[in-house]
Structures are given as structure tokens and as C-alpha cells.
Design a protein around this ligand. Structure first.
Ligand code: NAD
Length: 370
């Protein structure tokens, strides 16, 4: 069988290579047991690339990233590179990937596995069965808007300022992604801004509704102010299906939603670019966590966020929803069976290493696929 699905793996630093190793294990299993094969390339990113090539990502690695169906990214950074000037830091590697691949839609699911409801900061009944998706605009808004700066006012005062700005097409493309996702879920999109106090919010609300009305009549869309959305997320998170919002509010709301589900070690993400003529989108999948230097090299990292990010690649880049679901069900079963890495450890459960978690997942996949 030809490997018609092309992946670039960028493990990076710290626990990145450890958790990526467990994705390899899942891919090997899929190669053997499912009707799919992957053509895999690998390269350095972050501190590893600085050490090997003097730059957080080489032009060659960027070229590979532009040519594959999906980039699977681990994590970058660590104390060894902390003193480098900002422009040379490991984190510039992921920033360049996002920018050059024009990954404008960041998908952060908040799924609460039943066995982990007690790890949530909310009451179990509020989060049990939770499955919501936050779509955050990633390349525009106040983090990039001009003018920006800090100016000296000459009277002992300084003024810091940034600009929130969105164009029609920037809003349209990210709202389209949210509506397409909702079509495959419960068909509901909540668009979130601050139209009560910001002109950019008024435009966001009008243009989001326009996309729904003109292109997605089957989608139910409502609009919430971002502060109310934050409140609703901790009051009654199960009311949401897909939330779409701008870069700044998405940054905050996706972290709030993350805490509903317990641990950083369980949280996957995807970043998508524009669709080409064949409908294929540039895409990068990464766990939400960083390189966790405090536990790197100890075999203590939870590989599930990385593996669930790979499951997102199966669903969104390769249309292999059944295989993605198989992985999610296997994770659910392992957790229900009491298997835990240190970050999600609870009394009475079995504490296991990164590789034992990965091996057990593959055994669970075997059972489910039998
Ligand atoms: P972090 O996410 O690396 O770690 C925060 C805490 O969570 C640590 O105690 C860590 O041990 C724990 N943790 C994280 N992932 C875990 C996992 N899979 N299993 C078990 N425990 C886990 O965040 P940080 O400590 O703020 O940053 C460390 C480094 O990572 C920094 O250099 C930072 O710049 C970088 N970072 C990179 C990314 C990225 O690559 N996208 C994202 C965030 C932080």
C-alpha cells in the first residue's frame, strides 16, 4: 500500500520527543492493523534545531512543513535557551510555522473523560460528558494590529497601546471553519466578542451572522459577549457545542475551558489554514502543554495530549473519524481502568510511565479493533 498520507513530525525539546515516541507507536499499530499508511518525515525544531543548525527552524524544515498534509508538533523551549534574545528563542520555531503556514484557526476541544471528572475544578455533574470546541482566530486581532507600541509622553508618563482590528475576510474564514465543524457535531455555533463596547466586535457579530445566513442555514448561531461567555463556561459548560472567537478572547476562553477538563497532559489542539482547490487545509497538531523541563527525561510525561492531537489529525486532515474515535475510546477505557501518569494520579489508581501508557493504549486499540 502506498503511503499517501504525508506527515512531518517535529518532536522539539523536553518531553516533546518522549510523547512523540508514543504517537509513533500508534502509527505503527495503524500501519499494521488499519487500512492506512503514513509517509513520515521528521526534523528538528526549537532548542534542538538551535543546537543542530543555529536556528529554531531551518528553511528546509519549513519547506517540508509546507508540503505535507499535517505537521505533528511536540513542544519547544527549556532553561538551556532561556537567555537567548527573543528573536532567536526556541518558541520562534512554532511562531514561524504558524505564520508561514497561515494557520488562522486554532481548534481547542475541551472533552472531559468520565474517569477524570473529579480532576475538574467544577462539580462532576457539570463536566461529565462535556465535549465542546473552541475555535480561536490565531493570526489577527490585537496581538498583531498596528499601530502598537510604548511611547514617552515627555511628562514622566508613558503610554502603551495596541490595536484590535479585523477585516471581513479574516472573520469570514474563521467563522466558516467553526460552522463546518458544527455541521459534523451538534450544529450549534456561539460567536463571542464585545460588540457592546468595541466596533471590531460589532463587525465580528454582523459578519459571523452573515456567514451563517448565507452559507450555513442549517447551523444554529447565537452571540455572546466574551465576559458572559467566560461566566457561562464555568456556570454551565455543557450548553456549548462550538464557540468561535477572536485571538485575544480565544486565548483566555480556551484556557478557562482547559481547566474544566483537569490536566494539561490531556489537552490536544489543531491549527488550520485556508483550504486549497482540493479542499486540503494546511494543518499543525500539537498538545497544549509545553516542553515540561521539570519532568523531561524521566519517563513521567503524559503522552495522551500528544496522542489525542494525532487523533485530531486523523479526523480533520485525513477524514479518518472512525480511527480518531477508536483512539479516543481507547483513552477513555485506559482511564476508566485506573491507569494514570503522575499529572492525573489519584488515590487507588495505577501510576504508570509514558511508555507504559503508550503500550497499554495500543493493547486497548487491539481489543477495540478485534
Ligand atoms: P509546561 O506546559 O511545559 O509545564 C507546566 C506544568 O505542567 C509543569 O509542571 C509540567 O511538568 C506539567 N506538564 C506539562 N505537560 C505535561 C505532560 N504531558 N505530562 C505531565 N505533566 C505535564 O509549561 P511551562 O513550564 O510554563 O513551560 C516550559 C517550557 O515550555 C518553556 O520553555 C515554555 O516557553 C515552553 N512552552 C512551549 C509551548 C509550545 O511548544 N507550544 C507551549 C507552552 C510552553
Amino acid at each position: 500500500m502506498s503511503a499517501n498520507r504525508k506527515l512531518l513530525m517535529l518532536p522539539g525539546d523536553g518531553i516533546g520527543p518522549e510523547v512523540m515516541g508514543e504517537v509513533r507507536r500508534v502509527i505503527d499499530w495503524m500501519d499494521k492493523r488499519r487500512a492506512v499508511t503514513f509517509g513520515i518525515d521528521e526534523d528538528d525544531v526549537g532548542g534542538a534545531a538551535i543546537d543542530a543548525h543555529g536556528t529554531p527552524i531551518t528553511d528546509e524544515a519549513m519547506e517540508k512543513a509546507m508540503g505535507v498534509d499535517a505537521v505533528i508538533f511536540g513542544a519547544v523551549g527549556g532553561p538551556k535557551w532561556d537567555d537567548l534574545p527573543f528573536a532567536q528563542k526556541p518558541e520562534r520555531g512554532i511562531l514561524r510555522l504558524r505564520k508561514d503556514m497561515d494557520l488562522f484557526a486554532n481548534l481547542r476541544p475541551a472533552m472531559c473523560f468520565d474517569a477524570l471528572t473529579s480532576a475538574s475544578s467544577l462539580k462532576p455533574e457539570l463536566v461529565s460528558g462535556l465535549d465542546l470546541m473552541i475555535v480561536r482566530e490565531l493570526t489577527g486581532g490585537i496581538y498583531f494590529g498596528e499601530p502598537r507600541g510604548i511611547e514617552d509622553l515627555g511628562d514622566g508618563q508613558r503610554r502603551g497601546y495596541n490595536t484590535q482590528s479585523y477585516t471581513t475576510s479574516e472573520i469570514h474564514r474563521v467563522v466558516r471553519v467553526a460552522c463546518e465543524l458544527a455541521e459534523k457535531r451538534q450544529g450549534r455555533v456561539t460567536s463571542t466578542e464585545k460588540a457592546n463596547v468595541m466596533e471590531s466586535g460589532i463587525l465580528w457579530r454582523e459578519e459571523a451572522q452573515h456567514i451563517r445566513d448565507s452559507e450555513f442555514p442549517g447551523i444554529e448561531m447565537d452571540h455572546l459577549y466574551a465576559d458572559n461567555c467566560a461566566m457561562q463556561l464555568v456556570r454551565s459548560p455543557k450548553q456549548f457545542d462550538v464557540i468561535v472567537t477572536d485571538n485575544l478572547f480565544g486565548d483566555l476562553l480556551s484556557d478557562v475551558a482547559a481547566m474544566l477538563t483537569g490536566s494539561l497532559g490531556m489537552l490536544p489542539s489543531a491549527s488550520l489554514g485556508a483550504a486549497d482547490a482540493t479542499g486540503r487545509r494546511k494543518a499543525l497538531y500539537e498538545p497544549v502543554h509545553g516542553s515540561a523541563p521539570d519532568i523531561a527525561g524521566q519517563g513521567a510525561a503524559n503522552p495522551l495530549a500528544m496522542i489525542l492531537s494525532f487523533a485530531m489529525a486523523l479526523r480533520y486532515s485525513f477524514d479518518l473519524s472512525e480511527d480518531a474515535k477508536l483512539i479516543e475510546d481507547a483513552v477513555d477505557n485506559l482511564l476508566a481502568g485506573g491507569m494514570r501518569t503522575g499529572d492525573i494520579m489519584e488515590a487507588g489508581m495505577a501510576k504508570v510511565s509514558t511508555s507504559v501508557m503508550g503500550e497499554s493504549l495500543v493493547r486497548e486499540l487491539d481489543k477495540l479493533a478485534a
